[in-house]
Design a protein. Structure first.
Length: 306
């Protein structure tokens, strides 16, 4: 009798273990699953607060582990001149990115954040990186293939600090020299700018998505998200953005479908980039920063632009 009871106990334990394993399986954490299926599984688990947090990209100067945890921030950025320390090394950048990522990965669903940076003429925020001519100089070369090689070199150096994307190139057609960033325009001729870049369509006629002192921020949020922006470079007043967008969704001004639409694209990018499997940065590409081949490319650009 004791033997039979022991056998029953073993069978029950095995059954409980099987049920426990089945209950613990989470599809979005399974890299063998299709990206779309993983995104849909995670989307079903998210609250509105988590979704809007993922749509928020904040500046590194206002980011911290606690902010990432409390507001579920989907992204962090460095604008021009925003650096962890003066003359920060690639290791300093990697450590900073990892610190923010720790906050993101300590949230309920462990959704990694994505870091972005202004790399407008090389990895220009990083001390020791290769600095290329600004776009006005690149446009003077009339050489789209050369510009493409510069983009590839810049991408390698940005990845060396484990930052996955950059806010470039600028595709402005600058015809008013009073604008302070004309140097980021390839030319004042649209045909030249078009040859150097790919054009972003469907933005014509959208008003109030900038933030001058007299603008209505509430309307800017409504128009921007309503027009199809998925992740918004806030970057400082993130609580205002979160509060306004939450109010608009709960009030039916912005539909929940629009929020889910944005989230699908954000999640697909993060899954496709492997951030869920490899969220933490490392220094395996550190030697690519300021490499000789990239400096030789700088000299070629200067010669062709004269």
């Amino acid at each position: 009798m004791k033997c039979k009871w022991s056998q029953v106990q073993v069978i029950l334990l095995l059954c409980f273990a099987f049920v426990w394993v089945e209950a613990e399986y989470v599809q979005y954490k399974d890299p063998s699953q299709p990206v779309i299926a993983r995104a849909e599984d995670l989307l079903r688990r998210m609250t509105l607060e988590e979704k809007i947090g993922q749509m928020t990209q904040i500046e590194r100067t206002v980011a911290s582990v606690d902010v990432m945890k409390q507001y579920y921030s989907g992204g962090v950025l460095s604008g021009g001149g925003s650096v962890p320390t003066p003359k920060a090394s690639p290791a300093d950048w990697v450590n900073m990115v990892n610190e923010f990522q720790k906050g993101a990965m300590s949230t309920r669903l462990q959704i990694p954040m994505i870091y972005g940076i202004d790399g407008v003429h090389g990895h220009n925020n990083v001390y020791g990186a290769t600095i290329f001519s600004h776009n006005v100089g690149l446009g003077a070369t009339r050489d789209p293939d050369l510009v493409k090689r510069i983009g590839a070199a810049t991408a390698l150096e940005i990845r060396a600090t484990d930052i996955p994307y950059t806010f470039s190139p600028c595709i402005a057609v600058c015809r008013d020299p009073k604008w302070g960033r004309c140097y980021e325009s390839y030319s004042d001729e649209p045909t030249i700018v078009k040859a150097m870049t790919e054009i972003i369509f469907d933005w014509q006629g959208i008003d109030r998505i900038t933030s001058p002192p007299d603008s209505n921020y509430y309307l800017s949020v409504m128009d921007g998200v309503g027009a199809g922006i998925d992740m918004v470079m806030v970057p400082f007043n993130y609580t205002d953005f979160i509060n306004d967008l939450t109010y608009q969704v709960k009030g039916g001004i912005i539909s929940k479908n629009r929020i889910n639409d944005a989230m699908r694209r954000i999640l697909r990018v993060k899954f496709s980039m492997g951030l869920f499997e490899h969220p933490m940065a490392d220094l395996s590409l550190e030697d690519l920063v300021g490499r000789k081949e990239h400096k030789d490319l700088v000299r070629e650009v200067v010669r062709k632009s004269l």
